[in-house]
Design a protein around this ligand. Structure first.
Ligand code: ASC
Length: 150
């Protein structure tokens, strides 16, 4: 009897572990792949605007508007893939041990991205440049605290 209770407890814990990771993803690896894919696309769409912000490439307001629209859409995606039981990849354990701090970084980032969106919609270079810089700082602040160094 005791043994069956213990087995039930283990099954429950394992079951919960699985259900948290698989609420939206098959397993932890699927969640890691998803968030890393989203980050890769974010890096591509953000990074290509760097030369424009640095005045090394011309400011094409419509191209920037379209690219920021893609970036801000992708920027909403990774966060759901850091659920319980998805530790690993480039994420530091502090993502989970300091969940509040990690959430604050996400919130700061979302505010910065919203401002970048507004600037891109306005088509104003200076507003874009300032907002782009703030998003970059937000990326870096989170990476410094919550991403393993390469
Ligand atoms: C990028 C990219 C990042 C950020 C960061 C900004 O283009 O891939 O991780 O910008 O370097 O500081």
């Amino acid at each position: 009897m005791k043994k069956s209770i213990a087995l039930f407890a283990i099954a429950t814990v394992v079951g919960l572990g699985c259900s948290t990771a698989s609420a939206q993803f098959k397993d932890a690896d699927a969640a890691i792949d998803y968030r890393e894919a989203a980050m890769t696309l974010m890096g591509s769409h953000f990074g290509r605007m760097g030369p424009v912000a640095k005045k090394e490439a011309p400011f094409d307001a419509e191209a920037i508007r379209a690219n920021v629209a893609i970036f801000s859409t992708i920027a909403a995606l990774p966060w759901v893939a850091y659920g319980p039981g998805t530790e690993g990849g480039a994420a530091k354990p502090s993502v989970w041990s300091d969940a509040k701090g990690f959430k604050q970084k996400q919130d700061d980032f979302k505010v910065a991205v919203t401002k970048l969106d507004a600037a891109a919609e306005k088509g104003d270079f200076d507003a874009f440049r300032v907002a782009f810089g703030a998003v970059g700082k937000s990326c870096k602040a989170c990476h410094d605290s919550y991403r393993e160094k390469d």
